[in-house]
Ligand binder design. Structure first.
Ligand code: MRU
Length: 366
């Protein structure tokens, strides 16, 4: 893995940037991604030269957010596909499958990872009679399609979701579901960005999002970059902010949504949903169809990633808990569909949320 670009601070994301991109051709190119662990202090891009570099970038959250993980994995699979040479399609296909299997072990919760890798495996199977170089070109085209479709889905989510946001209202969000978490523009933040572009002037409360501070480090950076009114709060302040009547809607992203609408998202989201219901504030999830896992009837089967206790006791390098204390560090929780007032997808808003309504939007009869 090599560092590319500059370490110049590009405050607030006010410039255009690409969260994940493929640089160069299928044979000599590679994925380039923003190292999100260094934001907002430094803007550094890293080039990944092999599958292990992509795997590590996903694992340590250099690239994170469900759709962005899917795009990075698709590009990583292209790297892996050429690792044994391009002698014939069988060689490329075997290497692709090995790379996909490895990338699938990086993080368990975001279903976009597995969805994207399945697409790559499907292309390798469908074009197994082509030459090795031709199959590699097909694989890169598929990875580029995963990214392009995500960009389009995020824009559509923004358009549908903005209708749920009243002018001059307060909106609370948790974690980062912005351009940094997708190929571009975001899901939950797409709703906010679009409302802002429509002149609705949303006032956004940003949960800092313990323990890795995706809200403080990334969401605040993105909102400031687009000139959106943003106020950072500690996670434990959300109840008080709602009680004071400052929040008229909650919008969050998702990592995996079961067939009945139960939605996994960053740890703490479930608590926000409970608070929202208590205070009569509508709670919305924004996610593309690639985040739905219709093989799971409800959220009880969603695998929840457990992460290093050190993220809680000494996140960002300073120890803040005594040695020897036990730590529980699940990275995600599951908000029951009953607490979700609507799921904003690129195809429209699922509301009320039920198995039938999810199926009608995500897997309509052909
Ligand atoms: O651990 P992370 O930072 O990958 O968690 C990200 C989230 O929980 C996001 O809200 C989710 O992936 C949606 S991104 C559009």
């Amino acid at each position: 893995m090599t560092a590319a670009g500059s370490d110049e601070l590009r405050a607030g994301g006010g410039r255009s940037y690409k969260t994940v991109q493929w640089v160069g051709g299928a044979v000599g190119g590679r994925p380039r991604l923003i190292d999100q662990t260094r934001l907002p202090g430094e803007f550094v891009e890293i080039d990944c030269d092999d599958v292990e570099a992509v795997w590590g970038a996903i694992k340590r959250l250099s690239v994170r957010g469900a759709p962005a993980i899917g795009v990075a994995a698709a590009y990583g699979a292209v790297l892996g596909a050429r690792a044994r040479g391009l002698a014939d399609a069988a060689t490329v296909r075997a290497a692709l499958r090995q790379a996909a299997d490895r990338l699938a072990t990086s993080r368990p919760t975001a279903v976009n990872l597995f969805w994207a890798l399945d697409r790559m495996r499907g292309v390798a199977d469908a074009f197994a009679t082509e030459s090795g170089p031709a199959l590699l070109e097909r694989l890169l085209a598929e990875a580029e399609a995963v990214a392009a479709e995500d960009r389009a889905m995020c824009r559509a989510i923004g358009r549908h979701g903005a209708e749920l946001i009243a002018a001059d209202s307060g909106v609370l969000t948790h974690c980062n579901a912005g351009g940094l978490a997708t190929a571009d523009y975001g899901t939950a933040l797409a709703v906010i960005f679009t409302a802002h572009e429509q002149g609705k002037r949303p006032r956004v409360f940003v949960d800092e999002t313990r323990p890795l501070l995706q809200g403080a480090r990334l969401t605040a950076w993105e909102l400031l970059g687009r000139g959106v009114d943003a106020t950072l709060i500690c996670d434990g302040m959300a109840a008080q902010v709602m009680k004071e009547g400052r929040v008229q809607a909650v919008v969050v992203g998702a990592d995996r949504i079961a067939a009945n609408g139960d939605a996994a998202n960053k740890i703490g989201t479930y608590g926000v949903a409970v608070l929202a219901r208590f205070h009569g504030v509508p709670f919305y999830v924004a996610a593309p169809s690639s985040t739905f896992d219709l093989s799971l009837p409800d959220g009880s089967g969603i695998p929840i990633e457990q992460r290093d206790p050190g993220e809680v006791t000494e996140g960002f390098g300073r120890r803040t808990a005594p040695e020897g204390v036990a730590v529980y560090n699940p990275a995600f929780d599951v908000t029951p569909a009953a607490l979700i007032d609507g799921i904003v997808t690129e195809r429209g808003v699922i509301r009320p949320v039920s198995t039938a309504a999810v199926r009608a939007v995500v897997a309509p009869p052909s």
